[in-house]
Design a protein around this ligand. Structure first.
Ligand code: NAD
Ligand code: UFG
Length: 350
């Protein structure tokens, strides 16, 4: 079926929001997730929001037998591949776990796709593949390098996809490089639900605001930025979800797929940034969140975090040009939706 996609990792933060956007755009989906970093409650809530059951399979992307069964049962136009582990610090402590899960898992998925002549893939890459950028904004031609196993796993998968596209010209492989996803669905029903203490800034801020954590440590006040704190390109997760729909629409129009007869041509390997193109400092985000939530957010300055860079923001031109997509939502809306989710669900999905 030309409008049916497999969504690996679809129970997770970005995947769950993307399922809603896919449904609204008229796509059918099967979600495949081992729930290693998510909850079936996210699936239940997505079902309630779209008012229909989700076709959900609990499974691991490294389980070739199970994946083959799924591909035998369903005729997919393509795969949106979110499944992966994403904690940078954990990847430094447990590198093999990251290479096995992310790289071996992707190899298995690609083998099964190819065995079933499914040629279309949208892969969750990351701005982390740009390392410490030499120039800003970062466009897709910037050199790539990574300093931690998580980033390496994304870079290895990108290299693998490039090699595959060279070897098999019928493949259409889009690598979406996300900048810093934040925010939640405007319903407040689904959002980011980190295990333990959050590593990332926005969930940390929101847990301080709701009273679960005492104070934020701001890692570094002496970066060469507007106020000395780190600058990032925060992007609302619902904008990001729409970026996946735009990429899928692009594949529908441009991909030559064995599973579609009215194909137009081959895409090969296509990396595309998903960001807003704007940088926001840590202090600016804290100020915006304080204003929206009307809660105090105590903070202290601490030493720089190892591996952090000063500034990182996207050139979003390629996404606009090729996909006709651009981010629409502001920092205020990102904070409002995060706060709605956090205050309605102080313990996440638990
Ligand atoms: P998430 O952890 O919420 O979602 C990932 C999902 O994949 C989870 O539901 C998890 O259970 C599942 N999963 C992990 N390993 C699996 C396996 N072996 N088999 C089946 N399912 C598995 O993370 P997210 O924030 O939604 O990120 C989605 C993707 O985007 C990840 O690949 C991540 O690396 C990438 N990404 C995320 C960010 C970010 O800041 N959130 C930034 C750049 C890239
Ligand atoms: N920060 C703090 N205090 C915290 C957490 C973060 O000051 O408690 C600062 C960081 O030092 C950085 C900024 O907030 O300056 C953003 O940090 P995040 O951890 O939220 O995000 P990163 O940019 O470090 O990394 C995130 C994901 C990566 C992904 C990358 C893509 O964690 O997986 O975005 O650009 F690759």
């Amino acid at each position: 079926m030309k409008n049916k996609v497999l969504v690996t990792g679809g129970a997770g933060y970005i995947g769950s929001h993307t399922c809603i956007a896919l449904h609204e755009a008229g796509y059918e989906m099967v979600v495949y997730d081992n729930l290693s970093n998510s909850s079936v409650e996210a699936i239940n809530r997505v079902s309630a929001l779209i008012d229909r059951p989700i076709d959900f399979i609990q499974g691991d992307i490294r389980d070739k037998k199970r994946l083959n069964q799924v591909f035998d049962e369903h005729k997919f136009f393509g795969v949106i591949h979110f499944a992966g582990l994403k904690a940078v610090g954990e990847s430094v402590a447990k590198p093999l776990m990251y290479y096995d899960n992310n790289v071996s898992g992707s190899i298995t998925l690609l083998e099964v796709m190819m065995a079933h002549q499914v040629d279309n893939l949208i892969f969750s890459s990351s701005a982390t593949v740009y390392g410490d950028p030499k120039t800003l904004p970062i466009d897709e031609t910037a050199p790539r390098s990574c300093t931690n196993p998580y980033g390496q796993s994304k870079l290895m998968i990108e290299h693998m996809l490039e090699d595959l596209a060279t070897a098999y010209p019928s493949l259409n492989l889009i690598s979406l490089r996300y900048f810093n996803p934040v925010g939640a669905h405007p319903s407040g029903q689904i959002g980011e639900d980190p295990n333990d203490i959050p590593n990332n800034l926005m969930p940390y801020i929101s847990q301080v605001a709701v009273g679960k954590l005492e104070r934020l440590s701001i890692f570094g006040d002496d970066y060469p930025t507007v106020d000395g704190t780190g600058v990032r390109d925060f992007i609302h997760v619902t904008d990001l979800a729409q970026g996946h729909v735009a990429a899928l629409n692009y594949l529908q129009q441009h991909a030559s797929s064995n599973s579609s007869s009215d194909a137009a041509g081959s895409v090969g390997f296509l990396p595309i940034n998903l960001g807003t193109g704007k940088g926001t400092s840590v202090l600016d985000l804290v100020a915006a969140f304080t204003k929206v939530s009307k809660q105090p957010i105590p903070y202290q300055f601490a030493a720089r975090r190892a591996g952090d860079i000063a500034s990182c923001y996207a050139s979003a031109d390629k996404a606009k040009e090729l996909l006709g997509w651009e981010a629409k939502l502001s920092i205020t809306e990102m904070c409002q939706d995060t706060w709605r989710w956090q205050s309605k669900n102080p313990n996440g999905y638990a």
